[in-house]
Design a protein around this ligand. Structure first.
Ligand code: HEM
Length: 500
């Protein structure tokens, strides 16, 4: 009797559990409404198609495009994301301001990742706008100053490296790029601490930064920081380094960082910790993508001797024609215009960005509405969903770029100038290369970023003979897909020797 009673209770519990799972799954799947794109929710509650997507986002999206056409919605990590795959439709999303918002998504993710209070307008009136206004200091004359300062800092760091080298020196290439670019970029933006041994202090900051950055993708998919080991401690240490008082004590701080400091000072509700966290967010944006982008350009150039020779020839010619010498102790000066005119180097940078950038352009739908598209097409979008462009689908499209997996250093050169005309279906494309995002969310540091990478390479190929000492074909590690420049799946040994 007792056994029968227990069995009945057990059966009821199982039935309730099954009903709950069924309700959860049913609730987790949504029905397509009229006018909406085809939708796939996957079968795993909350995660949806996350696992399949993150294994290889490009392949995943292309397979969905084959199945559903150029517009479809998929559920990934709790979000319904509508992807637009036809580049001729991109501008409909990029120019659509009011109903497709960027700041909501970016502010939420950024404040959670870097630990500052959300930019709520009622609490911090005009803060977002004021911070954005400052970005103009990274263009025009401000860009000239940044570029000049970077050139000096790069040479300072390179010379520290080669002052004692008399023969071939073997290093790992990613580490090499990371240490030089981090130190020179950090000094350019945040100046120097007159009371510290700059090189040692910046190396310590770099190590903390690298540790934090390794966990960055977890923030994006909303993994609580408590589950990320000692990331909270590392983040706090980085934020403390950038406390307003610490920045105040530094010399030769850039205009853009000083202007941020001044804006943040105006908001009494921000604590020093919050201000440090805002500085940290900017510091991350200014360095995190530049390092892997520099690495990839160097990697491809050293892999392709013809490309290296063309780029070196172009730089040697410029140095010669401007009466500059290639010898230890000589300070090389390249103006912004001269950097712009290095077309082969510029093309090699663009080609590397094409191959290794996988930034996703995201907008959040503000209300149910119908997005009008080219050719009488239209699609209904739902409030709260995301709309995404995934430029890698452009960058790897064989119709736009012949043999898209191949590095062709002069792909972006035509008649001795930068090539800007690329076609699909016989029609000229407005968007063909998008490593820096689009429209309102376009990277404000893009001109400086390209200059920095060019400067690094101009100096590296001028100073050094470079060669790999292991035969390894690196590929991109996809764990950062959607977030910017992809890392290599491994580091690689190379060696360098002074050319003079
Ligand atoms: C190769 C290097 C770089 C790449 C590929 C890159 C890419 C991007 C992308 C794709 C975005 C938009 C993010 C989004 O849509 O969510 C962005 C934003 C941003 N980038 Fe860059 N970036 C680079 C270098 C830099 C540098 C050197 C700086 C500053 C010195 C910088 C400062 C910023 C800032 C402040 C934002 C946020 C803008 C906002 O407030 O909306 N970036 N970057």
């Amino acid at each position: 009797m007792m056994q029968q009673y227990l069995l009945q209770i057990l059966l009821s519990l199982v039935t309730v559990a099954l009903l709950l799972v069924a309700a959860f799954l049913f609730h987790g799947k949504r029905r397509r409404r009229q006018g909406e794109p085809p939708v796939e929710s996957g079968w795993i509650p909350y995660l949806g198609l996350l696992l399949e997507y993150s294994r290889d986002p490009l392949r995943f999206l292309l397979s969905r495009q084959q199945k559903h056409g150029n517009i479809f919605t998929v559920k990934i990590a709790g979000k319904y994301i509508t992807f637009l795959m036809d580049p001729f439709q991109f501008h409909n999303v990029i120019r659509q301001g009011r109903q497709l918002d960027f700041s909501e998504f970016a502010d939420e993710m950024s404040s959670r990742t870097f630990d500052y209070p959300e930019l709520i307008e009622a609490t911090f009136p005009q803060l977002r706008v004021n911070l954005h206004r400052i970005y103009s200091t990274m263009q025009g004359k401000g860009l000239d100053k940044l570029t000049d300062s970077m050139m000096g800092n790069l040479q300072h760091v390179f010379k520290l490296k080669f002052s004692q080298a008399t023969d071939w020196v073997t290093e790992k290439m990613y580490q090499f790029c990371c240490s030089i670019m981090f130190e020179a970029s950090f000094m350019t933006l945040y100046g120097r601490d007159p009371a510290a041994d700059g090189h040692k202090a910046i190396s310590e900051i770099r190590d903390k930064f690298t540790k934090f950055d390794a966990k960055f993708p977890y923030f994006v998919i909303n993994i609580p920081i408590a589950l990320l080991g000692d990331t909270r401690k590392t983040r706090e240490e980085l934020i403390h380094i950038l406390f307003p008082n610490n920045i105040l004590n530094r010399k030769e701080v850039s205009e853009v960082v000083q202007a941020r400091q001044n804006v943040l000072e105006q908001y009494d509700l921000l604590k020093d910790y919050d201000r440090g966290a805002h500085h940290f967010a900017f510091m991350w944006a200014s360095i995190a993508n530049t390092i892997p982008a520099t690495f990839w350009t160097m990697y491809y150039l050293v892999r392709h001797p013809k490309a290296l020779a063309a780029v070196r020839g172009e730089i040697d010619h410029l140095l010669q024609s401007t009466g500059q010498r290639k010898e230890p102790g000589y300070i090389i000066h390249l103006t912004r215009e001269q950097l712009d005119n290095l077309v082969y180097l510029g093309s090699a940078v663009q080609e590397s960005l094409r191959l290794c950038s996988a930034s996703m352009n995201i907008r959040v739908v503000q209300e149910d509405f119908i997005l009008k598209l080219e050719g009488d097409l239209a699609v209904s979008l739902r409030k709260g969903d995301w709309v995404a462009l995934y430029p890698q689908t452009l960058h790897k499209d064989p119709e736009i770029y012949e043999n898209p997996e191949e590095f062709k250093f002069d792909r972006f050169v035509e008649n001795g100038k930068e090539k800007t005309t690329f076609y699909k279906r016989g029609k000229k494309l407005k968007y063909y290369l998008m490593p820096f995002g689009s429209g309102v969310s376009k990277c404000p540091g893009r001109f400086f970023a390209v200059n920095e990478i060019k400067q690094f390479l101009a100096l590296a190929v001028t100073y050094f003979d470079l060669e790999f000492i292991e035969d390894k074909n690196l590929i991109t590690d996809n764990s950062r897909s959607g977030l910017g420049i992809l890392f290599p799946n491994a580091d690689i040994h190379f060696r360098w020797k002074l050319r003079f």
